[in-house]
Design a protein around this ligand. Structure first.
Ligand SMILES: [Fe+2]
Ligand SMILES: [Fe+2]
Length: 268
């Protein structure tokens, strides 16, 4: 099984670039074309939030017009730059199969990996929130199946990753989520976005992976002084490959039209 993950597309209004400088719609179109050209083809694409840049429905519709070019099914959960109502109005019933208690929480079944989409958006907040209602839903879904390999996907990473820019946002309910995950033995991964950097961190017996940016990479500053800059980069996405051996292996894909292939040869 092959799962592509796109995150933080931050699409601007028509004919506009994000923050006036980053061609995120073009970047997304390039990723869509790249994913469509993969052999073997992915089974599906997960999009881990911040679809729009400014909570606008026209930006959300523009994202849909590009994402509909994917040859495979795609699924979306909202991020803090999204309006939940707009995400549901544009993607509800297909890319967002279900809405529970007003939250875009759903399960994707029918594949070798069970996938649980989790809505961590709290309107008006930058950080993640899992309230009692959402935690109860997650607890029920995890209890339903403790055998099938499972991944969770959501916008906000549930732990501080040493990146001040996003650590400051926080995550209400992360301890409770961690306890639920620690009680399961079948959680292969928690897939997130939000920080615009590729990271992998062991957490409560699983691995939390955050996706790289789509061309708006966060400037890495490990001095713990809050950085405020993004880097305009080539777009990238992740490919999660469930191997025949049952391991979920993550590949980072940089979409770059300027690649030279060469033969690897032994040197005597
Ligand atoms: Fe983002
Ligand atoms: Fe975000």
């Amino acid at each position: 099984m092959l799962i592509a993950q796109i995150s933080d597309t931050h699409i601007a209004a028509a004919d506009k670039q994000t923050y006036g400088i980053v061609p995120m719609a073009e970047n997304l179109a390039r990723c869509v074309a790249h994913i469509n050209g993969l052999i073997p083809k992915p089974d599906l694409v997960l999009i881990t939030g911040d679809v729009a840049n400014d909570w606008c429905i026209d930006q959300t519709l523009r994202a849909k017009s590009i994402l509909d070019g994917l040859d495979c099914p795609y699924y979306i959960i909202p991020g803090n730059h999204d309006d939940r109502g707009h995400i549901w109005d544009v993607f509800g019933g297909k890319a967002c199969p279900e809405r529970v208690d007003g939250f875009i929480n759903y399960v994707i079944d029918g594949y070798p990996i069970r996938m649980i989409g989790i809505d961590t958006l709290e309107t008006g907040e930058s950080g993640g929130v899992l309230c009692a209602t959402r935690l109860a839903w997650i607890k029920e879904r995890l209890a339903e199946d403790q055998q099938t390999p499972t991944l969770l996907f959501m916008h906000h990473p549930p732990l501080k990753l040493g990146i001040p820019e996003t650590d400051v946002d926080g995550f209400v309910g992360s301890d409770e989520l961690g306890a639920l995950i620690a009680d399961c033995g079948n959680i292969k991964r928690v897939l997130c976005g939000h920080i615009h950097l590729l990271t992998h961190t062991l957490w409560n017996g699983t691995i939390v992976t955050t996706a790289p940016s789509m061309g708006m990479q966060l400037a890495l500053d490990l001095t713990q002084e809050k950085p405020s800059k993004f880097l305009k980069t080539k777009p990238g996405y992740l490919l999660h490959h469930l191997t025949g051996g049952g391991h979920l292996v993550t590949h980072s894909i940089l979409v770059d039209g300027n690649v030279t292939r060469y033969e690897f040869a032994e040197h005597n």
